[in-house]
Design a protein. Structure first.
Length: 156
């Protein structure tokens, strides 16, 4: 597999530049950071949450986990982690578990952890377990500009 079609289209529509980086196949985001030799705080992972209002994407550093209480306080929702088995319905052009940090490409409301917005470079899953997209910090901030921002994670 390669970069998900919907992610490519979204980045193209926004006029955003990116570079594709390949790495050994991995399962977890922290393994991905290690395989790609990038700091875990610069790898943005997408975590799909849901409640009775529907799904939402939380974008956090790979070295962190979602602070559900902070996320719920910020959004005024009652979110919980979406089971991985349900992700295939949302990310039809992605491998299971390779959630891109591009919620707008999938029509998902998105909240980004503020820690990621201070980085000079950010990487994120392209839709498979072997490739990452590298963008500049300013490009990443442009990608995330339509969503919410806040301290929604804690170091794992």
């Amino acid at each position: 597999m390669s970069i998900a079609r919907r992610v490519q289209e979204e980045l193209s529509e926004q006029g955003l530049d990116y570079e594709v980086i390949t790495h050994e196949p991995t399962v977890h985001s922290q393994q991905t950071a290690e395989a790609a030799r990038i700091p875990g705080d610069r790898l943005a992972k997408g975590v799909v949450m849901k409640d009775d209002q529907g799904p939402m994407l939380a974008v956090i550093p790979a070295s962190h986990s979602v602070d559900v209480d902070r996320l719920n306080d910020l959004t005024g929702r009652h979110l919980a982690l979406m089971p991985e088995a349900e992700l295939a319905r949302l990310f039809t052009d992605c491998e299971i578990g390779a959630v891109p940090a591009a919620g707008s490409a999938y029509g998902l409301p998105t909240v980004t952890d503020s820690k990621l917005l201070t980085q000079d470079e950010v990487w994120f899953e392209g839709g498979d377990h072997e490739s990452l997209l590298r963008v500049t910090g300013s490009t990443f901030r442009r990608m995330m500009r339509k969503g919410g921002v806040g301290p929604i994670s804690r170091h794992s």
